[in-house]
Design a protein around this ligand. Structure first.
Ligand code: ATP
Length: 336
């Protein structure tokens, strides 16, 4: 559904002797299969939106090639646009008409007959819990309602491939959970392929079959959330031993399956690959040598641990570090 090879986007920023070139996307390869839900994760300024804008034909790649739904993003941009749905980060701009009319107009822009656009729009309003808001102006909607209206606009023509740029940023937890359900439904109900960018770890974790991590314009990992977590750090197994005399014996047993074993009072902890499989054996082992436990805790690594291991920075720190990035618009940008 999506193939990209060596995608590059450079921007020129500043003037005169302050001019410099930013390589926002620096050689990205991507392969997304039909029906996959891919989460494109990375800190602010990593190059997510820029990649998405190249894939959706809004920005011409400086170098590299990409096909989307079988069409070349440069040569066949019209066909690409007809084949996809796109919910941009900033959201759609609305003219001041009723929400329902905006949606119908949008559908007709994609070549739908008015009656079909009305029927499909009303269905989507119901599915996205916007019923009753057909005759409301978007500017009088809440942030969450407006974001869901953006999603309706992106889906009105039943695209089999949907690009969502940070779909839940700025939504309250309930609206977020609600939108997650609908994003999951896109695949389960319509068999759609979904490519979404996010800087929320839990969002990528919850929604995506596969997570592609981008940092400073380069892809640093691509796998399922479980595999990424398993490869990178292992689960933290934290034992609390009943008596202090048994600590060394517990540490020795844990050491047979764990790395980085450390002790702290009656606590013994270490990292274990796929702890779910290893812990039952460990418990039998401890029992056999007479070690009694007060508690055992197994903490799965987070995607932040993964990011930290891959890049040496936590996703949060990487985000704070980017607040000074220069985002002067570039004249090369093409209009939608
Ligand atoms: N039009 C532009 N002109 C100059 N620099 C740009 C432009 N657009 C993006 N950049 C720069 O390119 C880099 C990548 O930006 P991009 O918006 O793709 O990141 P992102 O991962 O989508 O971040 P966010 O999560 O904040 O949306 C950043 O350093 C950004 O400042």
């Amino acid at each position: 559904m999506i193939t990209a090879r060596g995608l590059v986007q450079t921007f020129r920023t500043g003037r005169g002797k302050n001019a410099k070139e930013v390589r926002a996307v620096d050689g990205v390869d991507l392969d997304v299969a039909e029906g996959e839900v891919v989460g494109f994760l990375g800190p602010n300024g990593a190059g997510k939106t820029t990649t998405l804008r190249m894939l959706t034909t809004l920005l011409r790649p400086t170098a590299g090639t990409a096909t989307v739904a079988g069409y070349d993003v440069v040569k066949d941009s019209v066909q690409v646009r007809r084949s996809i749905g796109y919910v941009s980060q900033v959201g759609a701009t609305f003219s001041g008409a009723y929400a329902g009319d905006e949606v119908v107009d949008h559908g007709m822009l994609y070549g739908m007959a008015r009656a079909d656009a009305v029927r499909r729009g009303q269905e989507l309003f119901e599915q996205l819990q916007l019923d009753g808001l057909w005759r409301r102006m978007p500017r009088n909607m809440s942030g969450g309602q407006k974001r869901r209206l953006d999603v309706v606009m992106g889906l009105i023509h039943d695209p089999s491939l949907v690009f969502l740029d940070e779909p839940t940023t700025g939504l309250d937890p309930q609206a977020r959970a609600n939108l997650w359900e609908h994003i999951q439904g896109l695949r389960t109900r319509f068999g759609a392929t979904v490519f979404l960018t996010t800087h929320y770890l839990d969002e990528a974790d919850a929604l995506a079959d596969r997570i592609v991590i981008i940092d400073q314009g380069t892809i640093v990992a691509s796998d399922t959330a479980d595999n990424l977590k398993a490869q990178v750090s292992g689960d933290l197994v934290d034992l609390e031993v009943a008596s202090a005399e048994q600590v060394s014996s517990a540490a020795e047993r844990l050491g047979s399956i764990a790395t980085g074993v450390e002790t702290d009072g009656r606590r013994v902890r270490g990292r274990v690959q796929r702890a779910g499989r290893a812990v039952p054996g460990l418990l039998r082992d401890l029992d056999a040598v007479g070690v009694e436990l007060d508690s055992i805790e197994v903490l799965r690594p987070t995607l932040d641990d993964v990011f930290l291991t891959l890049t040496g920075r936590s996703l949060r720190d990487a985000e704070t570090a980017d607040t000074t990035a220069d985002t002067t618009p570039d004249p090369e940008e093409v209009s939608a």
